[in-house]
Design a protein around this ligand. Sequence first.
Ligand code: NDP
Length: 457
Amino acid sequence: MSEHDVDLFVIGAGSGGVRAGRIAAGHGAKVMIAEEYRVGGTCVIRGCVPKKLYVYASRFADEFEEARGFGWTAAEGGAFDFGALKAAKDKEIARLEAAYRSNVEKSGARIVAQRAVVVDPHRVRLADGSEVTARHILVATGATPYLPPAIPGIHLAESSNDIFEWDELPRSLIIVGGGYIAVEFACAFARLGVAVTIVIRRDKVLRGFDEEIRDQLMTALGQAGIRLVTGTDIVSLDGRPGNVSAVLMNGEGLSAERIVYATGRIPHTAGLGLEAAGVELDPLGAIKVDRFSQSSVPSIWAVGDVTNRIALTPVAIREGHAFADTVFGGRTVEVDHVNVASAVFTTPEIGTVGLTEAQARAAGCDVVLFKTSFRPMKATLSGSQLRTFMKLIVDKTSDRVLGVHIMGEGAGEMIQCLAIAVRMGATKRDFDMTMAVHPTAAEELVTMRTPWTPPAA
Ligand code: NDP
């Protein structure tokens, strides 16, 4: 008989925890997964999936308008019912949650619908007071929205978690922050008829992205009617839900029916008993792990956003899978965190993989740039003003494509495929040798012949 109740106790049934639990169970481990909220985690319940459904909904606003250019009039006078969208979204999320739960159960792992905290390196305590001993503990508790606590009136602010509970849309909305969440919701809600104001403390959104993508997105946000208040912060909030006013650093006021803070997410480690068990955390509260996701306590492991490596669902899934293979599957698997592609579901969409121009230059590369900006074919009849922008960053010495940055329709789909090429070390010559698919926007990626040169001074 084993000296522990289970081989693996997973805290958190999100993307990383569920994958780790299922794979470990498949390797023959006795697995228990604790979840205090809903099975599926942020991505499924209140993140990527419902967000993308809202993004799809928002894009019909443009498409109905654009359809006129192709001879359609049927959509004229149509109305949007947010309640119907919310109900359909809730139904789909419930279906996905049930599928997640049933997949876990089919794997042989057991879910306990309770909060669990770590007591010592081999013991967890459930909310009902019972304790479970485990050979290994995996912490996969994700991250939680961060709202700056010191701002007077911050209780009037909401987070991305709250957005998915809204039964009706506000007429006006202030979004604080310029990261993924802020710009995605701004684009979606503006198209659904909300008067959106973004407040950012810098001059541009999406810090860390290629500068030209940031510039192009700033233009597109303006074209969508989004008001951008830059280089400032909110110092206080006042009012009541439904009528919130904000005071900016220069004393100026803003008001809206709702205010959402999308000011980042912090690892969800508070109150988990980790420090007492000897687990080292970084200054942000993230669990410090090695390349195999092992913490400073050998029996305690962590995957996904709680480790603050790359906060993306597919990364958490890979980390969870690699952990289970390494610890229970008899083969050591390490996750490669280099050249991870990502998409930002603004409209127009952004897809990016590899180095930005600034990163490539900072790394000492002799950089050659290839760029194109064009009105996509559909826009010739639809009348849309949105342009597509593409940029390849090439290392002159090796000819390797170091980075690809795209803004335009289908960028998320394109970048997934390009990530394979970039990961394989494709050169610009490989791109050039690849036959174009015509007529597509993506063909521009293999037909950019002339390096970009700065305009003469
Ligand atoms: P991000 O870290 O992307 O952006 C946070 C934003 O808030 C930045 O603009 C930051 O500004 C600003 N900010 C932070 N603190 C303050 C403050 N005290 N006052 C004012 N502004 C502040 O976080 P998100 O919340 O948007 O997203 C969290 C993570 O979730 C992302 O990093 C991403 O990994 C993941 N995600 C991925 C998506 C996708 O793949 N499509 C979609 C949604 C989320 P500054 O730049 O000045 O620091």
